[in-house]
Ligand binder design. Structure first.
Ligand SMILES: Cc1cc2nc3c(=O)[nH]c(=O)nc-3n(C[C@H](O)[C@H](O)[C@H](O)COP(=O)(O)OP(=O)(O)OC[C@H]3O[C@@H](n4cnc5c(N)ncnc54)[C@H](O)[C@@H]3O)c2cc1C
Length: 300
């Protein structure tokens, strides 16, 4: 029962905002998704830990929402608590070549701050609209660059309340994945170690990454970025384009005419439309090229 869950969380001492039956369409970059039974935004780390402990101890379903830029939320929404740690974990500290970034900080903002300080290694992140938490969990990257290359360690909150530092080597980073995704708990932040460089050169590279993205990706309609992982030695977008699927549409979801690995929301697209189009694309690419595309977004 919606009101009960929100009330129980409040009665347990949660101080932050709790929105009942909040449509997640407003919290995802695809602008799609039904309601969260309770969307909880903690005010600080203690509040965050309380929400997670409350959910875990009561055996209630719970999830973590970053910027919702790698998610497809079903039209029926999700039960349980969706914790949004953005505000509670927004702090970023720079100490010479080292950046301690809270999981709620915006990845592009951290990349810009690094550039201002002449710190190299995060330029690829210009235009990846995730949080540090989401970026670490998904090992966000662009071509041969990925965040794993600059992560020294990750600070991780376990549901019971203990906090541990996980060294980069134990995070299980791979192409757009990490072992952190399967762990119960929340990434509180990451220590990133960058390289000192000329600030003007770093800024220039940051601008070049942003420009190359603007030149190749659709930025005028909501999306989740790339829908499929690139298969080994190839590009999902090239295969979808070669299959003649650009412009194919289900409801208000369209295979972008600009970049075939983007399924854009033309306005009133639903999760059902996205999944129907995804299945068509998968089938066509399998039938024509014998390649099984793997989905990059997470389905809630
Ligand atoms: C226009 C566009 C372009 C994009 N380009 C790229 C690109 O070039 N490269 C790329 O890799 N991605 C790209 N993406 C996808 C997306 O931005 C990244 O995957 C990003 O890292 C997701 O971060 P998020 O905060 O939005 O995570 P969300 O989508 O909110 O969540 C993703 C997963 O991370 C988990 N999570 C989030 N925060 C935490 C936390 N603090 N602790 C534990 N788990 C957490 C969630 O529970 C979920 O499992 C693009 C997306 C868009 C819309």
């Amino acid at each position: 029962m919606t009101a009960d869950l929100a009330n129980e969380l409040r009665n347990a001492g949660f101080r932050g905002e709790i929105l009942r039956e909040e449509p997640l369409a407003g919290h995802t970059t695809w602008r799609i998704g039904g309601p969260a039974e309770a969307l909880a935004t903690p005010v600080d780390r203690e509040d965050l830990a309380l929400a997670v402990r409350f959910a875990a101890e009561g055996g209630r379903p719970w999830r973590v929402l970053g910027n919702g830029s790698n998610l497809l939320v079903r039209d029926g929404g999700v039960r349980g608590i969706v914790v949004r740690p953005r505000r509670a974990l927004a702090e970023v500290r720079v100490d010479r070549c080292r950046i301690e970034a809270g999981a709620g900080a915006a990845l592009p903002a951290v990349a810009s701050l690094a550039a201002e300080r002449g710190l190299a290694g995060l330029e690829f992140a210009a235009g990846i609209p995730g949080t540090i938490g989401g970026a670490v969990v998904t090992n966000a990257g662009w071509h041969e660059h990925e965040i794993a290359a600059v992560v020294e360690s990750v600070e991780f909150l376990e549901p019971g309340g203990s906090v541990r530092r996980i060294p980069s080597g134990e995070c299980g980073f791979g192409y757009r994945r990490s072992a952190l995704r399967g762990l119960p708990g929340i990434v509180l932040g990451a220590a990133l170690v960058l390289r000192q460089d000329d600030p003007a050169a770093v800024r220039e590279r940051l601008g070049a990454f942003a420009a190359s993205r603007r030149g190749s990706q659709p930025t005028d309609f909501p999306s989740c970025g790339s829908v499929f992982r690139n298969p080994p030695g190839d590009f999902a977008g090239r295969l979808i384009d070669r299959a003649g699927l650009k412009g194919l549409r289900v409801g208000d979801i369209e295979v972008s005419r600009r970049h075939a690995n983007f399924l854009v929301n033309l306005g009133r697209g639903s999760a059902r439309d996205v999944l129907a189009l995804v299945e068509i694309v998968e089938r066509e690419v399998r039938d024509r090229f014998g390649v099984e595309l793997v989905r990059e977004f997470e389905l809630w």
